[in-house]
Design a protein around this ligand. Sequence first.
Ligand code: ATP
Ligand code: MG
Length: 575
Amino acid sequence: MRYSKYFIPTQKEIPAEAEIMSHQLMIRAGMIRRLTSGIYTYLPIGLKSIRKVENIIREEMNRAGAIEILMPSVQPAELWQESGRWEYYGSELLRFLDRHKRKVCLGPTHEEVITDLIRREIHSYKQMPLNLYQIQTKFRDEIRPRFGIMRGREFIMKDAYSFDADEAGANHSYELMYDAYNRIFKRCGLRFRPVEADTGTIGGSYSHEFMVMAETGEDQIVNCLSCDYAANLERAEISPIDPEEKKQTPEMLLIKEIETPNVKTVTEVCSFLGIENKVLIKTLIYLADGKPVAILLRGDHELNEAKLKRHLGVQELNLADEDVIEEITGAPTGFAGPVGLKLDILADHAVKGMVNGVTGANKKDYHFMNVNLKKDFNVNAFSDLRVITSHDRCPRCGGKINFGRGIEVGHIFKLGTKYSHALNACYLDEAGKEKDIIMGCYGIGAGRTVAASIEQNHDKDGIIFPIPIAPFEVIILILQNHDKDVVAAAEKIYSDLLTNNIDVLLDDRKERAGSKFKDADLLGIPIRVTIGTKGVKNGEVEIKLRNEADRMTYPIDDASEIIREKIMRLYDTLK
Ligand code: ATP
Ligand code: MG
């Protein structure tokens, strides 16, 4: 490609709306332009980079036995009503009416559409396993679109769906995708980590998110420093061994009511009584699918709502409002406690080890001191309900844990029979018995992958693309357009590289050398070849890798051979 005939509208100014580097650089390098909130046009080099990610995905999906299809983006409401998600999906689902006043939506995901296809086409165990995928534009009316195409409203996703006749088959399909995803992100040159993710009510350990490690990531990740355990914060289990628990076994004292006028929050209670927050038994009243339940936590711990939802097997969880709390506890918010509370009480494991705790007295302006389990109150069940903290140890090996941030670029999930059951997608097994098909779903954000790569690979001058997803592999700079020998040398190398199927950009613009260097750095093309009057006089060209400081000169005649070797070496490191 000749730069002078191409379209790369780079810009110097840092766009005001771009909070993070990848967003700034994608705009400055002329990769994307915003149309409206969360909706972008992909300009030529942005699209090229995304297409390279798509091709890697395609190759690895095909290699894993998945088959490409393409499904529609406009979907009828009836299918979503059948699965129960027409209402449940909430405001992210863009619903509208067609000219016949029929309700339709723009697909945010395709479980409904694919399950509808499969229920019509698959009838026997002999037709499975099957894994179908597509690379397609999704629409989600995100509440907070931001970071450019990292969290857009319209974005390109690869979504795959597997269909199996039994658990073993479904687990195998899942593992094939797990391996394929590891290969895909490795080939994209990302520093990433698969982490265990919440499986909602499905249970088991069959959900992983693929996280690109980055400070600006929206997700919090926990990983063990001794073993390979890693999970997102929602999922991270808590080791039942509490290192602090053994230290304290004081004698149980007699429960005592104390006046605590207007003292409501954990901080207020602690400073009023002069106690540490871990002495407090925090009582939260929640509505779980509308039904009230009390949750007990140690004062220094935070509730993990995903764990609570999973434990209760409910879809919706809301903190009870003032009126409900008053009705249930007989006191305003801030004075709830388990003593004498007539409600299902669920407690986090850490509450088990608490002696002489402090709780609300279910009475305005009063708390209890020296509250003890079994003596003063009982709970219906204990469970792991809290968010992991830096004091906790690895739930697998007891090792030290580390907290980090990541960008979720992929997500694999064993769905089980959730959709097949709702939409009646069944098959006949070997014995002629009708059974629900077991499904899995597997997504990758193609645009987000490019953005995440830039977030991880850049410096003050611009992007540093890993070669497999760079818009071009090589850029050749012609420093003096008027020097015929320079132009001839550049044209020769350019055509040699093209003949060898190398993706090369020839900067033949009538621009100053300085701005050509600046643009080359900004675009992040891995190999830069500089051809100028002085070098050509000596029969030399300069070659520099974007991710290295060294510039090397080589004889003009050897240049294309050397470039090809360097390209091979760059790819080899990502195999
Ligand atoms: P998030 O938690 O970031 O909203 P999600 O759990 O909603 O992601 P999935 O439904 O699992 O995402 O979608 C699969 C993949 O699609 C994600 O791993 C991500 O790479 C991509 N993706 C999801 N939402 C967006 C978005 N708004 N913009 C760009 N890519 C997205
Ligand atoms: Mg989302």
